[in-house]
Ligand binder design. Structure first.
Ligand code: SF4
Ligand code: SF4
Length: 138
């Protein structure tokens, strides 16, 4: 008999053996927006989201983890590749996972406006979009 056969337990087919649980040190939050959004924030992702789960942060947009359905529609739209599934965030940007969790605890973010509205605002002094690019020049 194979030396490891009895580890599976009598009568348990090999393909139904328990799958090991991977424990992560940070929360699960669906899709996450990371550093490249800061200073770009062009709202391209907003228009393709079927559940309108992008929210306006002062420096970047945020994805509401309770509303995101993991559809992946936003990722190819981002011109700076800022969006990742939480399981695939580059190690240098893992702090953006906790940042996304913390920002929704306050509950005071507004739903992000469409790209068209954002583009219009950019040229109008005193608007959020106009102020944004003065504060976060790249
Ligand atoms: S993965 Fe889909 S649901 Fe989630 S933020 Fe992107 S477009 Fe919206
Ligand atoms: S498309 Fe990318 S850079 Fe633009 S707002 Fe969305 S996450 Fe930020």
């Amino acid at each position: 008999m194979c030396p490891g056969a009895d580890l599976l337990g009598a009568g348990v087919p090999r393909d139904e053996s328990p799958t090991p649980t991977i424990v992560r040190s940070y929360p699960t939050v669906a899709y996450v927006i990371t550093e490249p959004c800061i200073g770009t924030k062009d709202h391209a992702c907003v228009d393709v989201c079927p559940v309108e789960c992008f929210y306006e942060g002062p420096d970047q947009l945020f994805i509401n983890p309770d509303e995101c359905i993991d559809c992946d529609a936003c990722r190819p739209e981002c011109p700076v590749d800022a969006i990742f599934p939480d399981t695939d965030v580059p190690s240098e940007w893992e702090k953006y996972i906790q940042k996304a969790v913390d920002v929704f605890k306050k509950g005071d973010l507004k739903v992000a406006i469409t790209r068209e509205k954002w583009e219009k605002e950019k040229g109008v002094a005193g608007t959020a979009a106009n102020s944004y690019y003065q504060n976060y020049k790249k």
